[in-house]
Design a protein around this ligand. Structure first.
Ligand code: CP
Ligand code: NVA
Length: 318
């Protein structure tokens, strides 16, 4: 029986961390840690033998494409790179038709797109699990890698994370992660570039259960003060290219430099999802001083997404 036919009625998608419990997030990371250990010992378990991951990209990518494609191959499967420049989706074929066609041929799907509603619609019509590889609203696979990295460095418990920059898909995903896992998060954005108010409200509600503490502000120094982890992201996300110059002016004062890092705890770590724009959101000096953890964070995309795909596969027919 082909893997597609094995699929029963029950399955999970991975569109946002909001839909996941703390226990499920830890289960995925546990699988990833085991897979990472095996890979370092050159042990490959073909857990997704003969399966195909369809990857639809409506935006550019280095890490997401390479990690999913390599990861699927290492699990015994195959990944298809589908640029919207090449498939009919980019020429106006409806999302619901594309979803029904591709999910009848592939075993799992990964989508990087603009509107979050597009991936929700895709998932609604898909017969197989859909993974969010970044939308304008969320980037949840990145945050799985970030938390895995925090665990490996032993800095996840009682962390106080300072996010300094744009209130974007990364910020929203930090909000969800923190609200689920129960650490502290301080977010500083310029006025007018705050996080989505509904997402903040949801996170604050969930934080009551997990014990997470969340604060939003407009002063980057206040956010970084005494933080154990400092993080940021590009000031102009994909799709905001025409705002680049304006944003450079607005975000002046939000650059994470050595002086800013001095306000954090003495051994504070710096994280960045990459790509990093030097002398904008972060200086060359800060990035290179923290290159070990930043590039471990990038590498963990490979391991954690393999963990996620194996976990999603196990949920079918449960
Ligand atoms: N961090 C991240 O998702 O990188 P890419 O845009 O290169 O995939
Ligand atoms: N906020 C960035 C993240 C890139 C990984 C973007 O959406 O372009």
């Amino acid at each position: 029986m082909s893997p597609t036919k094995k699929l029963g009625k029950y399955m999970r998608h991975f569109l946002t961390l909001k839909d996941y419990t703390k226990e499920e997030i830890l289960e995925i990371i546990d699988i990833a840690l085991e897979i990472k250990k095996n890979l370092k010992n050159k042990v490959y378990k073909k857990e997704l033998d003969m399966q195909t991951l369809g990857m639809i990209f409506e935006k550019s990518s280095t890490r997401t494409r390479v990690s999913f494609e390599t990861g699927m191959y290492q699990l015994g499967g195959h990944a298809l790179f589908l640029s919207n420049r090449d498939i009919h989706l980019g020429r106006g074929e409806p999302v619901k038709d594309t979803a029904r066609v591709i999910s009848s041929m592939c075993d799992m799907l990964m989508i990087r797109t603009f509107a979050h509603s597009m991936i929700e619609e895709f998932a609604k019509y898909s017969k197989v699990p859909v993974i969010n590889g970044l939308t304008d609203t969320y980037h949840p696979v990145q945050l799985l890698a970030d938390y895995m990295t925090m665990m490996e460095y032993g800095i996840h418990e009682k962390a106080t994370v300072a996010y300094v920059g744009d209130g974007n898909n990364m910020t929203h995903s930090w909000l969800m992660l923190c609200a689920k896992m129960g650490f502290n998060l301080k977010i500083a954005t310029p006025k007018g570039y705050e996080v989505d108010s509904q997402i903040l409200e949801d996170a604050l509600k969930m934080a009551k259960e997990s014990g997470a503490k969340i604060k939003v502000m407009n002063d980057p120094k206040e956010a970084i003060h005494n933080a154990s982890i400092v993080t940021t992201d590009t000031w102009a996300s994909m799709g905001q290219e025409e705002e680049k110059e304006k944003r450079k002016q607005v975000f002046k004062g939000f650059m994470v430099d050595d002086l800013m890092m001095c306000l954090a705890k003495k051994k504070a770590k710096f994280l960045h999802c990459l790509p990093a724009y030097r002398e904008q959101e972060v200086t060359e000096s800060v990035l290179e001083a923290h290159a070990d953890i930043v590039f471990d964070e990038a590498e963990n995309r490979l391991h954690v997404q393999k963990g996620l795909m194996v976990w999603l596969d196990k949920q079918r027919d449960k």
